[in-house]
Design a protein around this ligand. Structure first.
Ligand SMILES: [Zn+2]
Length: 485
């Protein structure tokens, strides 16, 4: 339970220990412990070393700096990576891992691979842009500033991906079999169960990010199977979503903004949230609850992801709700304005009002939405609608907390627009939904770890599980290691 570096053979990894002296099996928490980003969990068995998720840290600067620390074990010592889904806080460190010598396979579902082909090269491009910007402004401690990885590194990482089907046990490393089951969070998302050959070790189940039972596009998460150790996400521990309220909050905000003749800016996560939001806007308009307004989707990544969703709907992918399968494009009622190039994006600044702009990133940490915020935040006619989880340290969180000004593109901008919290559009299950999912488990795990949550949220889920089920639940420390046998 120590933080490592005891020098025991094999425990610190990469330090010259041979495969055979590894004290197995051990689980290590290398991220997303008492925080929501940087998902990385390491499993050492007697024969193999497997990493589950390999995400970037995002949000507060102290967290982001962790992306630059050496990876806690030698990348070359890892046999395989199992990726639960495409979001960058789960996948975004993979190109750096490959750059550091990881030579194994990255296992995930086919739709996760399709989305990673879009997200990872884009992330590499952003890393390169950040480094160029730092060099131009001269604010990097390193001269010249280097990107964490490049677009080319990301493309190389994609070459190591192996798509696996849902619900099939696949040998991913010597003596380790993994099964991916539907998690309903975004397209391709999965919970991952690991079975080890090691004697006396029960399966380990990683929930991954869990979706919501009433997702308008995706089928709900499959029930969790039997396991000895469970890692369950706790983003919304202690909290409940209210979809009906959120939809009303969104509709009312649009109506008010339209009456004022302003712009509705919706920072949206490029993958999945954009699709869900567009469906909600269609529904609200059809019900006469909002006026017909032009909807600009200003994010090349969101548009590329939408193509993956459209294809899944068109081919009747088993992740898609049966009532949508085989339909035309359910996300575009025909009047969507797809904005790809930068000039068209800037032209929205002068477009006729009122209008709706959906743009990434969802927590306003980067991307084109920054330009729209810089333009619309000072305008009291406009509204900013926040639809997903806003991590500590992000601009989205600052807006929710009532910041009077926001730093954007190097300048402070006054906040005079209406700020609206419609958090019920979240992609994550709330506490009740997590508890209901876990209630379907055939037997309690020996121990459960509440991960992927800020400390209060993880502690809240821990209390709820102890109270309702009498389960042993631990909120692990970052870097903590536990024996699995
Ligand atoms: Zn996610």
């Amino acid at each position: 339970m120590d933080r490592g570096h005891s020098g025991a053979p094999g425990q610190t990894g990469g330090g010259g220990s041979s495969e055979t002296d590894r004290l197995a099996p051990v689980l290590r928490f290398l991220g997303a412990a008492r925080t929501v980003t940087g998902s990385r969990f390491l499993v050492d068995t007697s024969r193999a070393r497997v990493l589950v998720d390999c995400g970037l840290f995002q949000g507060l600067k102290d967290l982001r700096l962790r992306n630059w620390e050496p990876f806690p074990v030698d990348a070359r010592s890892i046999h395989a990576v199992l990726l639960t889904h495409a979001h960058l806080d789960h996948s975004g460190y993979l190109p750096a891992l490959v750059k550091q010598g990881f030579a194994g396979s990255i296992f995930c579902t086919a739709n996760t691979l399709a989305l990673c082909r879009i997200l990872l090269p884009d992330s590499g491009r952003l890393q390169e842009e950040d480094a160029t910007y730092a060099n131009r402004k001269g604010f990097s401690k390193h001269v010249p500033a280097l990107p964490l990885y490049t677009e080319a590194d990301a493309e190389r990482a994609i070459g190591s991906f192996r798509a696996v089907p849902f619900d099939a046990a696949v040998e991913v490393a010597p003596g380790v079999r993994a099964t991916f089951t539907r998690a309903g969070h975004i397209l391709g998302s999965a919970s991952v169960r690991i079975a080890m050959e090691d004697r006396r070790v029960e399966d380990v189940l990683f929930s991954g990010d869990l979706g919501r039972p009433h997702h308008p596009v995706l089928l709900p998460p499959e029930p969790p199977g039997r396991c000895g150790t469970l890692l369950v996400e706790s983003t919304y521990g202690g909290r409940r979503h209210d979809e009906a309220t959120s939809e009303t909050v969104l509709a009312d905000a649009i109506v008010r903004t339209a009456e004022r003749g302003g712009a509705v800016v919706i920072p949206a996560f490029a993958v999945d949230r954009t699709e869900v939001l567009l469906l909600a806007l269609r529904r609200l308009e059809a019900a006469g609850r909002i006026p017909h307004l032009p909807v600009y989707v200003d994010s090349p990544m969101a548009l590329a992801s939408m193509r993956v969703y459209e294809r899944a709907v068109a081919v009747g992918d088993p992740e898609i709700r049966p009532e949508l399968r085989g339909q035309g494009n359910p996300f575009d009622p025909g009047d969507l304005i797809e904005v790809r190039d930068v000039a068209a994006s800037k032209a929205i600044h002068d477009a006729k009002l009122p209008l709706i702009i959906v743009s990434a990133s969802g927590m306003a940490t980067g991307g084109r939405v920054l330009h729209h915020l810089a333009r619309r935040l000072p305008d009291p006619r406009s509204a900013i609608v926040l639809v997903g989880y806003q991590a500590a340290g992000t601009r989205g969180r600052s807006l929710l907390e009532g910041a009077p000004a926001l730093k954007l593109l190097g300048r402070y901008v006054p906040v005079r627009a209406e700020i609206v919290d419609a958090g019920g559009f979240s992609v994550h299950a709330d506490e009740r939904e997590i508890l209901d999912w876990l209630a379907q488990a055939p037997a309690p795990p020996r121990v459960a770890f509440a991960i992927h949550g800020e400390p209060e949220a993880s502690a809240a889920l821990q209390r709820a599980l102890a109270r309702e089920r009498g389960w042993t639940v631990v909120v692990p420390r970052d870097g903590e290691r536990v024996q699995l046998d």
